[in-house]
Design a protein around this ligand. Sequence first.
Ligand SMILES: *Cc1c(COP(=O)(O)O)cnc(C)c1O
Length: 299
Amino acid sequence: MNSQVQQIPIENDKNIQLYIKREDLIHPFISGNKYRKLKYNLLEAKRLKKDTILTFGGAFSNHIAAMAYAARINGLKAIGVIRGEELQGEINVNSTLKFAQENGMSFHFVTREDYRNKTSQYFQDELKNRFGDFYLIPEGGTNHQAVKGCEEILNSKDAQYDYICTCVGTGGTISGLINASKKYQKILGFPALKGHFLSEEIAKFANNENWQLINDYHFGGYAKINTSLVTFINAFKLKYDIPLDPIYTGKMLFGIMDMIKLGKFESDSKILIIHTGGIQGIEGMNQRLKAKSMPLIYV
Ligand SMILES: *Cc1c(COP(=O)(O)O)cnc(C)c1O
């Protein structure tokens, strides 16, 4: 499946051209990179004759929302292990969890401490005791199947670009892009969190060294946001009619525009930006912004 590429007209005196690949339009509920990451995992779960998928995520996780919907339409049961026990009583006011529940996902809420230890043998054994046999998809959906799916984001027409830019959470998406890129292309990743271990994780999956992480635009860390980011996302939507999410794509686009201004790209560069989706997260972020009396993201 190829998603459409559109040019983002920008004014600059170096003839830098920006394009965006609208992976956010792939599917209304399994959007962007989550569609790519789940594709081969769902096939693998079916091949192994599993009837239940278990995965992990935080309060407003795009992965949890996509997983719930994808499991339902594939006739699989889904269990979400959710970070934060307090969320148990907030399902109805949390747009992401509400959506996942409506799509049949059942939840297991755990403390932040347990969540941090989720890959330990002890925790995994406890999940097996509690839920029986399941197909496990790690946090953010990143594993070899996911990377294979993300390799399909690029096609032969994309060989014309000098740079390919993507957001980075757990590193699965950028790994797929690296594997599918040409050696002369440079893959720039914009981490949405203060990224320790990310480079190691990417090196584990990626078979090329033409990549770099740009760590200057995480806005203080995962899901951290300020008014200038909200203003940027709203202005971008008005000018180009392209929605950006506050956790990933908004921060990346802010970064790319800033880097162009700072002269970080060579003259005549052609840059392809991957819109990884995440639009479902706007509603949850707006609730938090509203509670803090901050300006909201336009929907
Ligand atoms: C999950 C997600 C990412 C992060 O992808 P990784 O493969 O975990 O690096 C980026 N953008 C959006 C919109 C996402 O939902």
